[in-house]
Design a protein around this ligand. Structure first.
Ligand SMILES: *Cc1c(COP(=O)(O)O)cnc(C)c1O
Length: 359
């Protein structure tokens, strides 16, 4: 007898994360390695987070609050909504999974872009639903194309704004125009992992107010990016009470650990750290843009903490050559790479290394 696996699993492959800094140091005998591969905050996290974590280290024997009541209340207060409209999760990654489990049946269609956050496709396939893939247009979401992809089988639409890996955004006007044609019984997952970094005014900065007119939207946000808490695995979702009550049925009972809950509450309130992170990112972006222009390198305009660029050489080769010089970036496809914006010092080292590699 041979073991069989769910047939939906067959064509999936495990997520390939970037190499950890320690591995690269060991492999290449390097003392210093800079990671600009996973869109983490180069400043770390709010210094207040460390103190708040120390306070709970003596009660690790107790399960965390499964309802994450304090965290829900802190988020609700910050955004002026009800705690019943908030659901924390173990990163947005987990929420993508929970949403798929809550809504997707075999035979349902789920519309998504290519290239975008890879978990949308994986979880869609995992549930046996049919992915309907709409290519990007000029490195940005093509919402007209996505409109045309809607059928009576459309159950879910995955949107990422701004997009990872391209960093591009679509405007509030384009989003509203799109929402008007989405059937009321289709779910729009609206992933805002990078919303805190957006500089453009025509971005839908107040997406929460859309829930009043469009109760079929699920807004996902994370503490992994601007808040600098990627290691703790915590994100939050804002949606209608009805949707969250159903997601709650498939959620693990203690999905957000205690350190993550406490850290997230503290991080949420440190506006000073947030604005510093925003400023460092903005300056870094301007420096990198200028350097790319001088080097005659094409890049997509970014509203995030990462930039998608065409290095004009095989991306894997460039990735390996940079790694040898102690800089980790993300090879994407063909001649495109994604680089996360670092501190000014890291950005300068990256540009120096890139010049060396492309020489
Ligand atoms: C980084 C990222 C997330 C967040 O993942 P976490 O699981 O919260 O760390 C979600 N969506 C997109 C598009 C991302 O880039």
């Amino acid at each position: 007898m041979t073991i069989t696996f769910r047939h939906q699993i067959k064509e999936l492959s495990p997520y390939q994360p970037g190499k950890p800094i320690e591995d690269v140091k060991r492999e290449y005998g390097l003392k210093e390695v800079i990671k600009m591969a996973s869109n983490e905050n180069p400043l770390g996290c709010s210094p207040k987070v460390k103190e708040s974590i120390l306070e709970v280290l003596d009660s690790l024997n107790y399960y965390p609050d499964g309802n994450a009541t304090d965290l829900k209340e802190a988020i609700a207060k910050k955004f002026n909504i009800e705690p019943t409209q908030v659901q924390p999760s173990s990163g947005s990654d987990e929420m993508v999974d929970l949403i798929a489990k809550t809504f997707l049946n075999e035979g349902d269609e789920a519309i998504l872009a290519d290239v975008t956050f890879p978990r949308y496709l994986t979880t869609t396939k995992m549930m046996g639903a049919t992915p309907v893939v709409v290519p990007l247009k000029d490195f940005a979401y093509d919402l007209e194309g996505m409109k045309n992809a809607i059928t009576d089988k459309t159950k879910l639409i995955w949107l990422c704004n701004p997009n990872n890996p391209t960093g591009t955004m679509f405007t509030e006007e384009v989003l509203l125009d799109f929402l008007q044609v989405v059937p009321k019984d289709a779910i729009v997952v609206y992933d805002e992992a990078y919303n805190e970094y957006v500089t453009r005014k025509d971005y839908p900065h107040d997406s929460i107010k859309l829930l009043e007119s469009y109760p079929n939207i699920i807004i996902m946000r994370t503490f992994s990016k601007v808040y600098g808490l990627a290691a703790l695995r915590v994100g939050y979702t804002i949606a209608s009470k009805e949707i969250l009550m159903n997601i709650d049925k498939v959620r693990g009972p203690f999905n957000v650990n205690k350190l993550a809950q406490v850290a997230a509450i503290t991080a949420l309130l440190d506006d000073e750290f947030l604005s510093k992170s925003y400023e460092v990112n903005k300056e870094g972006k301007e420096y990198l843009y200028k350097s790319f222009e001088e080097m005659d390198i094409f890049y997509a305009p970014s509203e995030t903490n990462h930039i998608f660029l065409n290095v004009g050489k095989d991306c894997k080769e460039v990735f390996l050559a940079l790694q040898k010089l102690g800089i980790i970036i993300r090879p994407m496809y063909k001649t495109y790479i994604r680089v996360s914006i670092g501190t000014m010092e890291e950005n300068q080292k990256f540009i120096a290394a890139l010049k060396e590699v492309l020489k």
